[in-house]
Design a protein around this ligand. Structure first.
Ligand code: ASP
Length: 342
């Protein structure tokens, strides 16, 4: 039987048209372009329906309430389709791809995010290939995960990050292998994919207005600036540190500011600014000082995964210590647990 895919079209370059102020989305346009392209009506393709969001958005304008709308739409028509393709702008696609796995607990069907760097209306568009491949991934695989499919790569959503503003391979998964190989055939790597689950078990976790933020350390950053960021009502912070998770440990004022915030219940998670590798707060004195202040390790999570995970955990109404503990644990394949590391 032909597979059925639900396409949730949120916006992004793929369906945009050039206008007086640059590219902008236009309602109904993507569906018309797809209907005019033979690939999408080929017998090899699954059947699909398009649910277009209103308004269509440049993903720079998206946030937690849009992630929740996507999660709810998936849950509402979960039984009617074999999987979902979410068409999304590339700018914040990695955030949405990181948030959805936390919100969609017990997911048993593929949810594939895709988009393009050049709109479909342009001759060299990468949109056709990305969209065709994403539909095929849903039709041919039963990956029970939120994935990101772009530039012939299939990545775990909560491991993905945007690494190229203009290249066709715009995303990478620096700390986890690709979930599959997309060549002449689409082959998944079962040993890398989360275990299959019963289809009846999907639960959507709504997000609340968690007050979280991210701060990138830089040489010379002042204790005053950090104190201002950590002021109430901030509940959680992704601290983007150097190398293996190091910070300016000789700055006693800065360390005091961090320690005081942790004692007040602010959850501070250490993620490295490096694209690849893991935090080990025990590796250097400059890292262990952060641990002593109460900062917890984000291991090899991307900043996108750490931030969205924190929003999810605060939305569950957990106490700061529970959140700290879960931030260091693997919940959806977003981190490699650091056995023995801090
Ligand atoms: N600004 C666009 C967006 O994120 C970029 C893209 O789709 O590639 O919506």
């Amino acid at each position: 039987m032909k597979k059925r895919v639900c396409i949730l079209y949120t916006g992004g370059t793929i369906g945009m048209k050039p206008g007086p102020q640059g590219y902008a989305p236009e309602a109904g346009y993507l569906g018309r372009v797809m209907a005019s392209m033979p690939d999408f009506s080929s017998p090899e393709m699954p059947g699909y329906v398009i649910r277009e969001y209103a308004p269509l958005l440049d993903s720079s304008n998206m946030g937690p309430r849009h992630w929740l709308a996507i999660a709810r739409d998936i849950a509402d028509s979960y039984q009617d389709f074999d999987g979902f393709v979410v068409i999304h702008g590339t700018d914040t696609m990695a955030y949405t791809a990181s948030a959805l796995p936390f919100m969609l607990e017990g997911l048993a069907k593929p949810v594939v995010l895709t988009g393009s760097q050049i709109p479909l209306c342009r001759v060299r568009s990468d949109g056709r290939e990305n969209l065709v491949t994403s539909l095929m991934v849903v039709a041919q695989t039963a990956i029970p995960e939120v994935c990101l499919c772009f530039g012939n790569r299939l990545l775990r959503g909560c491991r993905s990050t945007k690494v190229d503003a203009a290249g066709f391979q715009a995303f990478d998964s620096p700390n986890y292998p690709d979930l599959g190989h997309i060549g002449v055939a689409i082959r998944t790597h079962p040993e890398l994919i989360l275990p299959a689950r019963p289809v009846s078990g999907l639960t959507v976790h709504p997000l609340s207005d968690a007050r979280v933020g991210a701060l990138r350390l830089f040489p010379g950053i002042s204790a005053e600036l950090v104190a201002n960021v950590l002021r109430s009502p901030l509940q959680g912070l992704v601290l983007e540190t150097y190398g293996m998770g190091n910070g300016p440990s000789n700055d006693a004022d800065l360390m005091d500011v961090l320690a005081e915030a942790c004692q007040r219940g602010v959850v501070i998670v250490n993620c490295t600014q490096c694209l690849r590798g893991t935090v080990d707060q025990g590796g250097y004195q400059a890292g262990s000082a952060l641990a002593r202040a109460g900062v917890v390790s984000g291991a090899d999570m991307t900043a996108e995964a750490a931030l969205t995970k924190m929003i999810y955990l605060f939305s569950l109404g957990l106490a700061p210590d529970d959140i700290r503990e879960r931030m260091t644990r693997n919940l959806r394949g977003e981190l490699t647990e650091n056995h023995g590391r801090t």
